[in-house]
Write a protein that binds this ligand. Structure first.
Ligand SMILES: *Cc1c(COP(=O)(O)O)cnc(C)c1O
Length: 391
């Protein structure tokens, strides 16, 4: 990163925690073995993978790591595997999948691919606060429904869907319908437990929680019920035949360490991030004209704030911050397109609000001084409330 820049784009990716790097390094050099090899070097790698698998499972409450954690290249692949793998294994039972309009592109694009292969997809809309109406989920369920996929924390707004309530509702109406959640923005930030929250499949990714890029996991429930999955990458039969390919040993070691750290610090870190986010929002909203927070202000993860600055006409503010403060105009995955964010749009926000919105996402290494410098810089560019005159 640019040395003078302030990094407030932790929803796009996080800096590797130095403790994670330290845990990974020996697995690039001394212990470089292939975890599938039967000789000593292979065993050493396999043991490290086993430790990582337990740490990863432990963060989300999986009690059977060896059967339930499938390592992937990240959450995009985990989402693809969850949706395609379930659709292809259960298509004899039904072809209906329910998801939401605010999902990550990796879920939406997978759904549109599945649609061409005969899936019937229902996209639930959201209320202006970004939350799904549970009644609409209930109404969408049919005897043909095989899977519901609803993300836990939205990557653009930080809005938290009531996953446990939604999975409960599905279970009551149709006990055989599977529930998948993309927990990439919530795992390690707020509590999530596959047992307590009634989750059958869960995707997450190391690089969103201070681990390395290129490593993620799909949790697949092994009992009550045992979830079937058709593999999407075949070969040597790794990961219980669900995802072939030589395991990314250093990545898995780092992912495990990152999960362990996140679990140990979650309460304190969450308090700290909430305080910093509130400082940022109060500093900006209280002093500028036409500024507001997008999305539900209460049901929200601590690290994301999506704010609209109505005086930021045509995104000038964004270009002013460019090179000084790393923020996102929409989500990083969709900034190469000129269209407004599909998430903000689905919340019914006006074009002006969408154009003037910025996503700030804070992280473990964000400091109070950085927040203050960010506020100061933005206030220089916007008309202050104290001096604002109606045009
Ligand atoms: C980042 C992100 C993904 C994609 O994760 P990768 O590991 O980068 O593939 C999926 N879903 C959400 C909500 C994300 O924030």
């Amino acid at each position: 990163m640019n040395n003078n820049a302030i990094y407030l784009d932790n929803a796009a990716t996080t800096q590797l925690d130095p403790r994670v790097l330290e845990a990974m390094l020996p697995y690039f050099t001394t212990y470089f073995g292939n975890a599938s090899s039967s000789h000593f070097d292979g065993k050493r790698a396999a043991e490290a993978v086993q430790v990582g698998r337990k740490q990863v499972a432990n963060l989300i409450g999986s009690e059977n790591p060896s059967e339930e954690i499938v390592f992937t290249s990240g959450a995009t692949e985990a989402n693809n595997l969850a949706l395609k793998g379930v659709f292809k294994a259960y298509v004899g039972v039904g072809n209906h999948i329910i998801t939401a309009v605010t999902e990550h592109q990796s879920v939406l694009a997978t759904c549109s691919q599945l649609k061409k292969q005969g899936a019937h997809i229902t996209y639930l809309s959201v209320k202006p606060d970004g939350l799904i109406n549970p009644e609409s989920l209930k109404a969408a369920l049919t005897p043909q429904t095989i899977l519901v996929s609803i993300m836990h924390v939205n990557n653009e707004t930080g809005v938290i869907q009531p996953i446990s309530k939604l999975s409960e509702l599905v279970k009551e109406a149709y006990p055989n319908v599977l529930f998948h959640t993309d927990a990439t923005q919530s795992a390690g930030k707020i509590p999530i437990n596959v047992q307590k929250d009634g989750i059958h499949l869960l995707s997450f990714s190391a690089h969103k929680l201070y681990g390395p890029k290129g490593c993620g996991a799909l949790y697949v429930r092994s009992k009550e019920p045992r979830v079937s999955l058709l593999p999407q990458i075949v070969g040597g039969g790794h990961e219980n035949n669900r995802r072939s390919g030589t395991l990314n040993v250093p990545g898995i070691v780092g992912f495990g360490k990152a999960c362990e750290l996140a679990k140990g610090n979650m309460t304190d870190e969450s308090k700290c991030l909430t305080a910093l986010r509130n400082r940022l929002e109060c500093g900006l909203l209280g002093q500028t004209h036409g500024s507001s927070v997008n999305g539900c202000s209460t049901e929200r993860a601590p690290h994301i704030s999506n704010m609209a600055f109505l005086e930021n006409k045509s995104g000038n503010l964004f270009s002013n911050l460019y090179g000084k403060i790393a923020v996102s105009a929409a989500s990083a995955c969709s900034t190469h397109r000129a269209e407004p964010s599909h998430v903000l749009k689905s919340m019914g926000l006006s074009t002006e609000i969408m154009r003037s919105s910025l996503r700030f996402s804070l992280g473990r290494f964000t400091t109070e001084a950085e927040i203050d410098a960010t506020i100061e810089r933005i206030l220089q560019k916007l008309p202050l409330l104290s001096t604002y005159k109606k045009p």
